[in-house]
Design a protein. Sequence first.
Lengths: 335, 312, 356
Amino acid sequence: MRNASGTALAARTRRLRKVYKGTVAVDGVDLEVPEGAVVGMLGPNGSGKTTTIRMLLGLVQPTEGEIELLGVPVPGAVDRVLPHVGALVEGPGFHPFLSGRENLLRFAAAEPLLAGGDLDHAVSVALERVGLAGAARRKYRAYSLGMKQRLGLASALLAPRRLVVLDEPTNGLDPAGTQEVRRIIAELHAHGVTVLVSSHLLAEVEATCTHVVVLNQGVVVAQGALDDLLESGSPTLLVATPDGARAVDTLRDQRIPARLAPDGVRVDLTTTTPATVIETLVRAGVGVDEARRERTGLEEAFARLTHDVGEVVGELDGDEPARDEPSMAQEGGVR
Amino acid sequence: MTQSSVVTSPVQGTDPPGALPARRRAPIARLLWAEVRWIFRRPRTLVVLGLLATLPVITGIAVDLTVNGSATSTPSGPIGPGGSGPMGPDGEAPIFVTMVTSAFVLPLGSLMTLLMLMLPLTVAMASADALAGEQSHGALRGWLLAPVARGRLLVVKSFGVLVVALVAAGLVVASGLVTGLVLAGTDGLVSMSGTELTFGDVLWRLAIAIAWATVYLMAVGAVALAISASTEHPMLVVVSVLGGLIVSEVLLQFSALDWLHPYLLPTSLNSLVDLIRDPVSFDGLGEGMVRALCYLVIGISLAYARLTTKDG
Amino acid sequence: MRPKAKALVAAGSGIAAGIAGLALTALPAGADDDPVLPAIGAEELVTSALEARPPAFDGVAELHNELGLPAVPGTEALDFESVRVFHDGDEGARVQVERQSSELTFVKNADEAWAYDSQENAAKRLTWDEADAAAARGHAESELADPSQAAAEIIERLRPTSDIFVDGTARVADRAAYELVLTPKPSEKTLLREITVAIDEETRVPLRFDVYANGASDPVLSLGFVEFAVGAQDADLFEFTPPEGAEVEATEADDLEKAAGEHDAESVEQRTTTVGEGWDTVVIGEAPARGSAGGSVEGGQDLTGMLEQIGTPVSGEFGSGSHVQIAVGGAIVTEDGRIAAGAVPQQVLVDALDQQ
């Protein structure tokens, strides 16, 4: 399964549409998840992320459209592909009266790829991997929100996977837990596992993903490699110079938009190229210490993309005011 | 970027066939075992089963005290298959009542009494937990993603309910049998036709009673599974089954609705009495079995239809 | 969409199969076409039926009772679910009257007859002298519930006062049978229209009888086999040993002589007389005393008082009483504690009481 440009795909949807009792949840989604990529599915709450994931995993019948997962049609042959897919969808689903370990053993029994004798070992490894080995024998009802989330992650990692789908994996996790999830995703990525992770948190996607899909109101607004997307915003050149004021004046004389910023001079590259800017400055005798293309930050890109279809950026995390979003966004930004 | 030029059908991918994962399934025995383990680790299951096991003991001791105890004791409601009071009109206990404590009539009578409500509710509870309960915890998704095909999942869940039905019915009979043996030894092993039965006779009749009750309960369980597959609220399943049983019982009281009675599941319950007759008449039991199987087919096919179209 | 279509098919066929199965259990057995049998004269059929010795068989009979009897003591004899009948083709017979939660078991062999009531855990044993064995055997109470015996009895009793003819054939308990019809002669003052008896073509055993009242198309009383299988029976079935602890009452056949000839099993124990014969026979007996237990366990209620409530007052030379009408007849309970009953209009009952 490859796309037009020959990239191998782990998952693909075409014209995927889902209507719930007259409400269109997903509308004509053409999704491409390149093999080996970490794809972040980004969108505000209610943008159709979870519905798309549920259709991808055969949990929900699409109203229209086609899905292929690891080269197999879904939901027609979903049973063939799911053993190779680990998933955490809509939060963890476990029974409170069983311990974490017992809960996992139950699902391990249903894993086709695990041999009967390996169940115990597989469960132990999965628990270890998410840092729950110490709390394995505690009843699930005594788990904190973060521990529950991690147990859900563990169940997605019970067997060797080719694709791991995580729906809002850092929900309820503290910063350390979030860091842990990022480490796990990176680990999977390093082992060549394709990861599809949905989030309404920009920072998380920016920090972990190689590719991004932005959904808004059931429609794919943009998708592609993270770097492409980041740079597709209005291009800016950041010039570090000892004499900022003169640099701005020089550029403005040449009708090149520029403004003074604390860390240098920002130059809009919409009508010009970096080479022209530097040439202009050097000719005018303005010293240039450093010049680099500046990333706009996914947040800006995201805001712009969703704004195009009438979405208010503020809704993005507006319903979860307790999050330490800004700091995380910055943290992600300096990656 | 979102365009794709691949026009081949998604069934036949452009990748070499080696890339297609082969079909693999977890062994069914492992799934059944996991299900049974889960059921019997549930505290609620154990509490209800414990209660079921004590009821024949309480009945036996109560009747024993009423019959053998002081004259001041009063009859304590309907006991045994007849549902008639344990006392005769003159306050003297009919000898038949002493049979109620026997190792034959106590287990059968307890089974018949509990089959009216308690046992069906136990099974309804198991069915409620099996699908609606899992769903409400979000755990049903875990099975579907493993994956367990939905048809297979129904097999696993039905098996779990079957085990609960069998264990519950068996427990009631075993408890009644043991209580009867303690209270009356092997006395009173008498059929309603007045023949004395050997202990072996009693055992095979009780075995038939357990098997029959299991099928009957499974019919209730199948209908409960159908409801369970349609809701996220386990209580709704139990309440629906309770309502259905009560409505059926009420309809059975109206002889004007004779024509309807063969369609009502609890109609079959009366025929369990035939196991106390000698020779045993299997007509009614057979018909009850057919009726239960009809309900079973209806329930399971509805559950299947619902489960296979349900959103995970 | 495929899964949806599959689900619809599964649900549809499952429900259809289930309902069809349930309907099958609701269907009356043997609703087939009437069999074609060689013609037979009424007289020949009656004679062969009365002379036939039942073969060894076992069967299940059911009673349908539309008599509209008030729930009074003495009618429990008609309050049962089904009857199982076993015959060894000789002297042995076993009749089990199955009630909801108890059973009356009658066992008869060459030497003795037993009646066991599981409700009371009481057994009655009837023995007889060699001399009048044949007469005594007839008194065994089992006959009432056994359609073959009861129907033969009806034919024998009503024969002199009836017009008898054969009205085609019927299938009863999946066996081919002739339909014998008995209608009262015009001189009979009865509320009954006719009685039909289905007689098995092969064995000449009566398989079912239906009693029809004037002005009703459905039988008011029907007792017949729903299962009937000829074949040797286990000899143990015709022996009876009362269970340990059962109350046993032994009777000699002689004691029963004066009570013989009654229709109603419960009244056998009471002193009764009959007035008239055939269709308009009126049975007069003593009503159970007020407040006494009467002939049944549940009989504690005030029978006379109850009858007075539901009946209409009536008086004549005999005194006064109250008359209760049911579908096929009626009964008068007099103030002096007598009861007269028959399948007759009220006036015939009054006349019978006057006559006494």
